[in-house]
Design a protein around this ligand. Structure first.
Ligand code: C2O
Ligand code: CU
Ligand code: CU
Length: 493
């Protein structure tokens, strides 16, 4: 069947399916089906394997990733066609690199269509960024290489093909990308044991078992089933008194407020771009799509705790809050501590000694409207901004729209200017929520890599908004470099 006739066939099935086959799809007010209670008995949390790496003759660390279709079984007896990296049917292995490594990432595309692989949060040369200008044709292998030079952080990778990101990520193309650097030894760091990745995604299922890719609202595509590392209703056996959770929101549109039990205190130690200067006690962390947080949770022998997502305020009017999934509350993960636990050291009082970004660079203003930035839609042949290499600037995002948006800047580390947060306590970000009718001002530091012809992206990370054109392009140039004003030879097809 051609892709087109398959789509028609699915559409017809959905229309005829009625309430019984897919209550999830049939009953979605505001395009938010709510979270289904599957009555599922908890299942062990899947931990994404670490991606194997080799050293080449030049001493570079080489990681090979293959993107390919597969089949997953999330619901008992239901086969779901999915895509994955590194031999996994859904999701990808965790890539782990260290600061100072020369890395080579080699991505082979075994899908039927063109994809790309973007290293979200990484400071990389523009040609290695994996955005829409670095397509990987079916059957082709693309190579990205750079020297890792950024602090320890929980980054991630995912496709970024022009106008197609939502579909590729939804099918399962995403993975974590961890950067190691000197961090306090007392932070739990035994991968999969007391340092545990949690990739949050939500999906709904069509009657034939495939993911529902159609019933989106203006915020995007919400699922009625939450998958953590691809597992429905997971539990984790805990063997230490503290566990560090690295949480990534890889969902298309849903935001989460990650909390423990009924808002018991938990310790926030890191955000998108790295560790906080000092741990912060919080009762929950809101993550919009693309954002990450590292939290440390204390457990006592034999006493179960539940990681949950609680309803939260996105600063939007009611119907929109619902459409963004923000008024749903549901369990994410049950923590099952053993009867005897190994005592973990206390979380250190100092986590990172990085110098905060200095204020004072030039200001750029971005006004967010209906899936447009400064009134413009993404144009792959247009350069929107030119930024000097390694500059620190103030980027001001004003949301004049009724919908929540967030802003992600490639190649950059950001610190949000909150007047009540002293400079020495600001968190490192690369994706920031911009609620309706607000302005978020952020210090933005772009990387040292220059390229007068290949741009980086700035966009909303609600994937449908991004695909609809809520994205601009910027060049990072060195002194004396002449920035291109247009990108020639690009074909929009
Ligand atoms: Cu997570 Cu431009 O991407
Ligand atoms: Cu990115
Ligand atoms: Cu948006």
């Amino acid at each position: 069947m051609s892709p087109l006739s398959r789509r028609r066939f699915l559409g017809a099935t959905l229309a005829a399916a009625g309430a019984v086959a897919v209550s999830s799809v049939a009953g979605c007010a505001n395009g938010n089906p709510g979270i289904r209670d599957l009555g599922a008995s908890p299942r062990p949390l899947a931990i994404p394997p670490l991606a194997p790496s080799t050293r080449d003759a030049a001493g570079r660390r080489v990681v090979e990733l293959v993107a390919a279709p597969g089949t997953s079984s999330f619901l008992p007896g239901v086969a779901t066609p999915t895509w994955g990296y590194g031999g996994l049917p859904f999701g990808g292995p965790t890539v782990r690199v260290a600061r100072g490594d020369d890395v080579v990432l080699r991505v082979t595309n075994r899908l039927a269509g063109t994809t790309t692989t973007h290293w979200h949060g990484a400071s990389v040369p523009a040609r290695a960024d994996g955005g829409p200008h670095q397509p990987i044709a079916p059957g082709a292998t693309w190579e990205a290489s750079w020297r890792v030079d950024q602090p320890a952080a929980t980054l991630w990778y995912h496709p970024h093909p022009h106008g197609q990101t939502e579909r590729h990520v939804l099918r399962g193309l995403f993975g974590l990308f961890l950067v190691d650097d000197d961090i306090p030894a007392a932070l739990p760091s035994d991968y999969g044991v007391d340092d545990v990745p949690l990739v949050l995604t939500d999906r709904s299922f069509a009657p034939d078992g495939s993911f529902d890719e159609q019933h989106r609202n203006s915020v995007g595509l919400l699922g009625d089933t939450v998958l953590v590392n691809g597992t429905i209703a997971p539990y984790l056996d805990v063997t230490t008194t503290r566990v560090r959770l690295r949480v990534l929101n890889a969902s298309s549109a849903r935001s989460y407020r990650v909390a423990v039990d009924d808002e018991a205190p938990l310790t926030l130690v890191g955000t998108d771009g790295g560790l906080l200067p000092a741990p912060r006690t919080v009762t929950g962390v809101v993550l919009t799509p693309g954002e990450r947080a590292e939290v440390v949770v204390d457990v006592a022998p034999g006493r179960r705790r539940v990681l949950r997502s609680l309803s939260h305020d996105l600063g939007a009017v009611n119907g929109v809050t619902r459409a963004a999934g923000a008024d749903d509350s549901f369990d994410l993960l049950e923590l099952r501590p053993a009867a005897r636990l190994t005592t973990s050291p206390p979380v250190p009082a100092r986590l990172s000694r990085e110098t905060p970004l200095a204020e004072g660079g030039r200001t750029r203003r971005f006004v967010l409207s209906n899936n447009r930035i400064n009134g413009r839609a993404m144009d792959m042949s247009r350069i929107d901004e030119v930024v000097p290499a390694a500059a620190t600037e103030i980027w001001e995002f004003t949301n004049r729209h009724t919908l929540p948006h967030n802003m992600h800047v490639h190649d950059a580390r950001m610190q949000v200017l909150e007047p009540d947060v002293p400079a020495g306590e600001r968190a490192w970000k690369d994706t920031v929520a911009v609620p309706p009718s607000t302005t978020v001002r952020a210090l933005v530091r772009v990387g040292p890599h220059t390229d007068p012809e290949v741009p980086y992206m700035l966009h909303c990370h609600l994937l449908r908004h991004e695909d609809d054109g809520m994205m601009l392009q910027f060049l990072v140039v060195g002194a004396g470099q002449r920035a291109a004003t247009t990108i020639a030879g690009h074909d929009h097809g």
